[in-house]
Design a protein around this ligand. Structure first.
Ligand SMILES: [Zn+2]
Length: 174
């Protein structure tokens, strides 16, 4: 596509220190969620639920890849890598990541994210909402060694659970 206006780069994050000398680099969760859920509303209205979810997944994926480029960098092994991701997610107040189970040989993991930025505290809706996180986690694993894994959220604050739980499996098992 020739005339892209918004292809992501870190320029869209900008120089926050210079740009917000008084307000600084934080805002409130309400603002983040207002942005996310109005955007989802419009995407769903215009393109349907499935396409809206797909957009969120793909955006999360790009975010995961760019997040790792910016904050994680190279790691010698997966454990070390996941530890760095965990710390960065804490530092940026995105959520509290835990590895519930890991089978590195089979690339099968169960991850939980507590106090998730997207859903913690929302009412029980009978379905998970963290599609962006599914994409984000997919991007995080891809950034480690190019592995395309399948990431699916099973439990979410919006399914009445108190933590989000993500099952990571090789693509062929998807
Ligand atoms: Zn969730």
């Amino acid at each position: 596509m020739a005339d892209r206006k918004y292809e992501f780069s870190w320029d869209f994050i900008g120089d926050v220190k210079e740009g917000r000398p008084n307000l600084g680099n934080t805002t409130r969760i309400e603002v983040y969620r207002l942005f996310q859920y109005t955007l989802r509303d419009v995407l769903e209205e215009k393109f349907g639920t499935e396409a809206a979810d797909r957009v969120f997944f793909d955006a999360g994926y790009k975010a995961g890849v760019n997040f790792c480029k910016q904050f994680i960098g190279e790691s010698s092994n997966l454990n070390d890598y996941i530890e760095k991701v965990k710390q960065a997610l804490l530092d940026l107040k995105i959520g509290i990541l835990r590895v519930e189970s890991a089978d590195i040989d089979r690339l099968t993991f169960v991850l939980t994210v507590a106090e998730d930025l997207d859903c913690s505290g929302l009412p029980d809706m009978g379905h998970a909402v963290c599609t962006y996180d599914e994409g984000f986690i997919t991007g995080v694993f891809y950034s480690y060694n190019g592995a395309e894994l399948n990431v699916k959220e099973s439990d979410c604050w919006c399914t009445g659970d108190r933590t989000c739980r993500f099952h990571v499996t090789p693509m062929s098992h998807a």
